[in-house]
Design a protein. Sequence first.
Lengths: 391, 290
Amino acid sequence: MSINKNRRATVGALAAAGLAVLPLPLLAQGRKLKIGLMLPYTGTFAQLGEAITNGFKLHVAETGGKLGGMDVEYVTVDDESAPPKAVENMNRLVRRDNVDVVVGTVHSGVALAMANVARQTNTTLIVPNAGAGDITGSLCAPNIFRTSFTNWQPGYGMGKVMVDRKIKSAVTLTWKYAAGEEAVNGFKEAFVAGGGKIIKDMSLPFPNVEFQPFLTEIASLKPEAVFVFFAGAGAAKFVKDYMAAGLKSIALYGSGFLTDGVAEAIGDVGQGLVTVLHYGDGINNPKNIAFRTRYATTYKQQPDVYAVQGYDAAQLLAAGLTAVKGDLSKKAEFHKAMSTAKIDSPRGPFTLSKAHNPIQDMYIRQLKGRDNVVIGVAVKGLADPALGCKA
Amino acid sequence: MDFPSFLIQVLNAVQYGLLLFLVASGLTLIFGIMGIINLAHGSFYMIGAYLAFVLSSATGSLMLALAIGVPLALIFGWLLEWAVFTHLYKRDHLEQVLLTYGLILFFEEARSILVDNDVHSVAIPELLQASIALTETLSYPVYRLFISVVCLAIAVALYFLIRYTRLGMMIRAGSHDRDMVAALGININLVYRIVFALGVALAAFAGMIAAPVSTVYPGMGSHVLIVSFVIVVIGGIGSVWGALLAALVIGFTDTFGKVVFPDYAGILVYVVMAAVLLWRPEGILRKSGG
């Protein structure tokens, strides 16, 4: 018996000693920043996920491998652009891996689920692409930020351009999903306010790409111009089908995604197409030139709008971290610093609206060769109306 | 809708229907006649399209790409049957589903590794690049008319093969009673291998020839898979003419649905499918081997 008592005492003493030498809760300064990257690395949007990651890591490399003076550690999750898996993936990052910040994603459906979880857990979320208005609209929150755009913004810009070009009648066509509807709403807001008339709104189920019936309908309605929202493979097919149907007499306009990333697939038939987006080729500010050179040297390819959005996400995060000197327990100050940051972006400097969406210039671009060359500015400093945001 | 527009929409519907038939023809053979549930049908279509892209980029001509690609697809189908599908005939439909679903995942990754994840275009052959003016604003691409002609030719050729050749007779017999055919001394394994290779080649050919008008992108296979099954099921399992008719029905439903009932266009095709199956559960032209 006495041997057991001694053993128990020894074990108890050892345990107490063990606890004493356990590392104390890590002090804010000097610890690593854990960033959760939840992006698509497989599937249709894989390239976009890669570009955003490259842009983000480029900025981290520029500031000596640290953000706001803190060393960075990444936890990467491939969200496969799959909304059904979104909540599980996000929870894994937030609860199991205990990341400090989540950066993601491309697909709006996934991003909306992420925003919901972020709201519930008060996790800082930076969205480097998904354009769904609700993320900085009805789901807006002090801890949710976006460095990309809302679908409404380029649409509105395009509407302004068409009004400036004295176009009086138009037809719209898009896929029947959130991105398409928001883009068309943006377009209609500017176009109708400028005196334009919408002859017909048309849509087809996503991701159906059989456009012939609509091309015939457009030909019979004879509007002055057509506004469309399509992206990816569907956009390339639409442009080719439109030109093959000989509809050149009816001007085709679209949100920038009609030609971004698919200029190669569109080929020569799309030359001269005018679109509106918050980025383009040939923006001549020094930041953009330096960014493009450094990106091309590091990754052996040209950056695109997605790389810029990723780069700016890192800049935004750095602004917040610098303000609280790496002390993430000061959450309110951290978020406040990010929301009032002025980002020196390759697209041009921008600030965030109260709902945390970029207030930025909308550029007019024209497809020349394989580049969407900036030929003007549609709207300067355009802010998304952030419907439903109680900021 | 004015009359000229109506006529053009009819043309659109017919052209789209014929294209759908071409895409579904491979499945008509493999599922309709051989009875194998082949979920990888969409993948074969995608493989054909990517083959067209790679080969036409290398040779500069779509026609040359077709000439090389179709034999390649035949060989590929042959090997695939020998290695994998030959074990499936005696098995459950569920096991066929599992295996072919696994094949989809495998082919997607393989494509990602061997080619890439980008969107690509394939150039229309120069001879066929013109457009015929139908109205003052609208033209019709000659290439689409060319595809329609090819589809009709394939439909006729398939029908002829199944109905009037010895091979067709063996296929039809084999789909009824495989063991009896083997007992009669016919090498039924060889027959099935040929038919399977043909089915794969048809799917790949459809992908190749439609590539210039549909663009080449990851996930293109899954879009055609469902509509192909709908066509085979509505048309009647085992019937080539049934599949053609079903494809035309869907072509019309989709085209006019988009213009006349835009809000319901998405589900209209499936409503039609349900209606046809309620009226004729075995499909429109269910016949043994027609």
